[in-house]
Design a protein around this ligand. Structure first.
Ligand code: MG
Length: 462
């Protein structure tokens, strides 16, 4: 039973009490607040907002409430129906809309849903804008328009094929080269909208597709986060079918994980690394990922003569940094590829098309390609503190102790050592510190985490 209001939107569990969950009343309030925010930037202009949703079970219910609320606010709705997060973003751009709402709780299980809010560029609202929406959600003095001014719906449920064509038309996507390899690909889309768009994209690329959990019925066949412990089924099928690779996406298709031909994981962190390697082999440029992502991206970028920059965690922070440094490729280590040539949003379709072009061009297998990249191993841990402990003070103390090292404090404390790094972040909702480490072996990554857990305990007096 949770409702989390943050700058990136509102996220919660379905059912239960108002204000404690994502109930119809909370959805209405938040949709009105977003409408008022968009209206405030557009002086009395009649607004058009794109609404798309992933295939989760509550999507239709949440979508109908949002759509009705927007109409009641005098806003025209471009309803793209079942659509991916990147597809909805592209629909905002393509239809020159004033904003967009994506109904998805991303990789969270079925009881969750959320509203992700987009600006007129199809990009997530930034910190300041998100705070404005949250403030507006506290107000209840809205004057609704009268009968002749209520909104109208335009159905554009055919947007997914448009998005696919936009991806295939990218300069660095070589459709013919990929077709020539006749890849055999297993797809696990956890029974959400990726089950429609990813096989369709792959078939346009001349691949033989084996569909696994590709019915967009919202019955998630496993925990939808595309991490190794949730992906046992596809690794088995890739091996059994003698496929060239496996493709896994989360329910809203902004994260992409790949499986090697022998059933091992290519590694979610390495999706972006491989795609960046390809882009940088064609064009000189810079890259960006968040502080918790693998150092392999920095290594590959430097090898190509580019410059790597790290951003705070959160997609909008990554894209802001990418614009600042003029990055030509970037994203998140969790399999989120952002290619500004198409748009500033994590896009698994872009990731698939660019990755397969790279694999086709290199003429190697997945395991061979993976071996070309520096091997790093991550360890993700957390430490629970008590509410009485001043978490900021703990982090400050760590920062001071390691002042002689390369320290970045834009988002928690990240310390880069010669062969490893640690990133400590506090949670905004619970008294915990997350401890992410990366090193040249699993044992070293675990040992580094243990060392910092011990140090935090000592500082906190636990
Ligand atoms: Mg997602």
């Amino acid at each position: 039973m949770t409702l989390i209001k943050s700058i990136s939107g509102i996220r919660g569990t379905i059912g239960g009490e108002v204000g404690e969950n994502l109930t119809p009343i909370d959805i209405v309030k938040f949709t009105i607040a977003y409408t008022r925010f968009i209206a405030s930037k557009n002086n009395a202009k009649r607004l058009r907002i794109v609404v798309g949703r992933d295939a989760r079970l509550s999507g239709e219910m949440v979508g109908n409430i949002i759509e009705g609320t927007l109409l009641g606010c005098g806003v025209d709705v471009i309803n793209v129906g079942l659509c991916t997060t990147p597809g909805t973003e592209m629909a905002v751009i393509t239809h020159k809309a004033d904003g967009g709402i994506i109904i998805t709780a991303s990789h969270n299980p079925k009881q969750w849903n959320a509203l992700k809010l987009l600006n007129e560029k199809g990009e997530f609202l930034n910190d300041k804008e998100g705070k404005q929406v949250l403030a507006l959600a506290e107000q209840e003095d809205f004057l609704f328009p009268e009968i002749d001014a209520i909104g109208k719906v335009v159905l554009r449920e055919d947007f997914n094929p448009t998005h696919i064509q936009q991806v295939l038309a990218l300069r660095l996507v070589d459709v013919e080269k990929v077709k020539a390899r006749k890849f055999k690909v297993v797809v696990d889309a956890v029974n959400s909208i990726g089950g429609v768009v990813i096989p369709a994209l792959l078939r346009e690329l001349g691949c033989e597709v084996i569909e696994l959990n590709c019915e967009p019925n919202g019955h998630f066949a496993h925990n939808p986060e595309p991490i190794p412990q949730n992906l046992t089924e596809i690794t088995e099928v890739v091996r059994r079918e003698g496929a060239d690779l496996g493709v896994v996406v989360d329910p809203d298709v902004d994260r992409l994980a790949l499986v090697n031909e022998d059933g091992t994981m290519f590694g979610e962190e390495y999706t972006l690394v491989a795609v960046a390697d390809y882009i940088l082999s064609r064009e000189k440029g810079n890259t960006v990922s968040n502080l918790s992502s693998s150092r392999a991206l920095s290594d590959v970028t430097v090898a190509h003569g580019g410059e790597y920059s790290a951003s705070a965690v959160g997609e909008v922070n990554v894209t802001t940094k990418m614009k600042e440094v003029g990055a030509i490729i970037g994203g998140e280590g969790n399999g989120g590829v952002i290619y500004p040539e198409l748009h500033y949003g994590r896009d698994a379709l872009v990731g698939v098309a660019l990755f397969l072009t790279h694999l086709a061009e290199q003429g190697v297998t997945m395991t061979e390609l993976r071996k070309r990249y520096p091997a790093y191993f991550a360890s993700k841990n957390k430490i629970e503190l008590t509410p009485a402990i001043d978490v900021d003070k703990v982090l400050r103390t760590i920062k001071e102790r390691y002042a002689a090292e390369r320290v970045n404090d834009i988002d928690g404390v990240k310390i880069d050592f010669a062969e490893s790094w640690v990133h400590l972040r506090k949670s905004n909702t619970e008294p915990i510190i997350r401890i992410y480490t990366e090193a040249k072996s699993v044992e070293e990554a675990d040992a580094l985490a243990e060392k910092f857990i011990a140090e935090i305990k000592e500082i906190a007096g636990l």
